[in-house]
Design a protein around this ligand. Sequence first.
Ligand code: ADP
Ligand code: MG
Length: 699
Amino acid sequence: MENKNRIPELFGSMVFNENTMKERLPKQIYKDLKKAIANNMTLDLGVANIVANAMKDWALEKGVTHFTHWFQPMTGITAEKHDAFISPTNDGEILMEFSGKELIQGEPDASSFPSGGLRATFEARGYTAWDPSSPAFIKDNVLCIPTVFYSYTGEALDKKTPLLRSMEALNIQALRVLKLFGRDEVSRVSTTVGPEQEYFLIDKKYYDQRLDLMLTGRTLLGAMPPKGQEMDDHYFGNIKTRIAVYMEDLDRELWKVGILAKTKHNEVAPAQHELAPIFNLSNVSTDHNQLTMELMKKVAERHGLVCLLHEKPFEGINGSGKHNNWSLSTNLGENLLEPGKNPEENLQFVTFLCAVIKAVDDYQDLLRISVANAGNDHRLGANEAPPAIVSMYLGAHLNEVLASIENGSNYSSKKEERMELGVDIIPKFAKDTSDRNRTSPFAFTGNKFEFRMLGSTFSISCCNVMLNTSVAESLCQFADELEGKEDFKTSLNSLLKRTIKENKKIIFNGNGYAEEWVVEAEKRGLLNLKTTVDALPHYIKEKNLSLFEKHHIYTKNEIHSRYEILLEEYSKVINIEGLTTVEMVRRQLLPAITSFMKELSDTIISKKAVGLSTSCDMERGILTQVSTLANKLYEEVEKLNTLIGKGVDYADAYENANFFKEQIIPVMEATRLAADSLEGLVGQSYWPLPSYSDLIYRI
Ligand code: ADP
Ligand code: MG
């Protein structure tokens, strides 16, 4: 085992990073590559050949034999196809080769990835292209090249392309606004993201006995154990040795591929944990989060564990989410969401803050869509995660600042602290303000926003596309209005006033879990899109189509395809869950229940046969209860089976998804209710499934 003090050497050892590039590339080539990255230019083939060769030599030294273009199709997970470096020579030998062309472009057969009708199968070509802003790395002895994935006609087929486009859109608009502040020295604005990732760990031997976990990632059946999370004794609790060993192993694997894994702790639910990295550029963070999820699962295998990333693995116990911490930073290292030290800086800060407020209000629906899937429907609004209503938390100080701008009044009661533009005086925020509202979906936390509605399985790409694009649009409108104005500060002041007035309905500092908020939000005219099926149709609203088209993020075609893909995915997930429920109930539960009932009946008969004079009240009592519930279970599961067959009748993706939501889910729930009641009555040795206690406590 390597020396523990050598973490700095271990970190990034499997990444073809800055240092490695500098070390291994001729000076001019390194410069050309950096320039191409900085300016988003395609790489000259000559340069690419030299970079590819250096990458290959580096990889060969580490025992690597294959390379792959690593991409993020619409399945939500990553895809790879491995090619060996080998190339035959005339004399029957082989050379290890890797060309510039192989580095910068690939042509995987794309016909089997979801495309929502974008790519007719007769032209099933998809292309992958290197994204040099995200470094190549080695995983499982394979050199992985992070790439984007697009169709023959140039339409995005992945989750990475739109993210890069949205980062660019934001850069363009933010620079326009900064220019108005005379900030000509800033040449680039990037978005930064730090995603906190929750997950469950359970023992593999129990996992292997549960078809539902294997096929759907969550338990479709299972009664609550006598003890859940009510004691609040798991959150930040002492970490069990087996888990601590896993976490240590995971950290090292993450560090090797250059992921800044920083914080780890136990979460609210038993067997639930969290890992947070230090933030990075959004595209790098997106790659890293995908890689983190993959490594979480892989490392678990080595420890006889299974890592569950599903949003709701266990009913009645908190599910898992992901927090997307988001900010804007300039090439000079300045965080644009950091409140400033003087009035000038504060004016700039408040302008960007207002752009975000406006964006979240104007595009609530898009943010909601970015966290919509069948799994997350179990969490949002279920008192364990923010509600399905998007709102923002700013904290008392900032609220006062905004109110004073809106009303043109002094921020402070002290006379000498006159607020010339309403924004002169902003208190320095303590980063750890204790009133951080944990129930808010979108909270300002000192110098960044934290979007907390994501489910744990999500790629963080989509929500960042929505955020970046909608903020780009706010900034664009600001710049359009302010450019060329003679009195910039007066114009800005009235723009900010108006923005606050029009968009403050999105700001809510109270308890987001409370019933009253739902009523209040409705009064304010905020959207409450309870389920995925309610949310998705907003994707194709004209205002959203034109937003994405204006900023060159998605064409109308691309959105329509994504809309279809997400609806289909929803229907498929529920369909698989329904079929799995039927299979488990029919082939595992009903036979087990029958054996148990037979045991009870046999006992009654035997007792009578030997002439016992005591009654059979216990056997009869249990038998009656079990038999009644078993009939109910049978009735529901048959209903479920019949209904599932009908799901395929709908040609329209929305109608189909709605059918699954309205018809299938309630019957699945009724089936579960009967099954879970039976679990509490049927003998443990008869019950064929590991219990919730086994799953969350026996580790
Ligand atoms: P919490 O209290 O929610 O656990 P932390 O303060 O520990 O949050 O930070 C959570 C995440 O926010 C970390 O991943 C951290 O790197 C990230 N973060 C901090 N600053 C920024 C920033 N400027 N941009 C993006 N993410 C950031
Ligand atoms: Mg957080």
